[in-house]
Design a protein around this ligand. Sequence first.
Ligand code: CUA
Length: 313
Amino acid sequence: MDAFREWLLGFRGASSAADTDNLFMFITLITIFFFFFNGALIFHAARKWRRRKPNEVTPHITHNTKMELVWSVIPLITVMGVFFWGFKGYIKTTVPPTDALEIVVTGKKWVWAFEYPDGSRSLNTVHVPVNRPVRFVMQSEDVIHSFYVPAFRIKRDVLPGRYTELWFTPDAAGVYQVFCAEYCGKGHSDMLAKVFVDTPDQYDLFLREGDEEVRKMPLQELGQLVYENKGCATCHSIDGTKGQGPSFKGIWGHPAKGSDGKDYMVDENYIRQSVLTPQAVVVQGFEPIMPTFQGLLREREILAVIEYIKSLK
Ligand code: CUA
């Protein structure tokens, strides 16, 4: 039966989808059963009560209470069973467990953007650990899209101006295809993403160093990405203009004057310290308002920021 199910419905990568599959298989099997059962009845009746003599007249039959009850009550019970089974499954897929990992999904023409609890983001790829419930909180920036992962048996519309959610528990490591299932313009069929279900080791690596694209990215480029995405840009300019914090332009290799009057050389350790414990040295003329980025940046991202600042001559 499992092989038949997989042939019919495709590979299932989420244990949370078992209800969907079971109900679907049940409906498929009773449909197949009644197809042959009804076909046999029709065949039998046509053969048994066919006209044998010319001028034979059909007897006048009005109804048969017993048969009518049977063919009404049995289907009624069956479809009510299907209804409650489906209803139970719907409630289950609608209410995520409270310990689920939350990832924000944004649909826009024509990409899927993902944002993790630590603030890191990715486009068209999302990493989740195996055997842990995951909850997607979804929104659209423009038109209606629909987030669809056949292998997890989940699909829900993604709407502008309103959050929708989905959850699942992946139980097999691998890569799974995401489709957009709501026509959203000329790039609709390109609106593809991949869900990477990682083993605990792979997921650790991802948390420490980012996804493969980030791991391969040159440090300076990654530094720019961090600068733009993690909020550095709101206070630190790169063109020398004074913001809430000192500009990054041309600071590398020069001393910065601290509010205690001492000079601090802007080198690797100075930048690292400024990112992780910003109040250690506050540059003269600025307020001590920078929050710490401890735990928000990966080691490689701090290195990347250093390389980026180096490049801003
Ligand atoms: Cu987005 Cu179709």
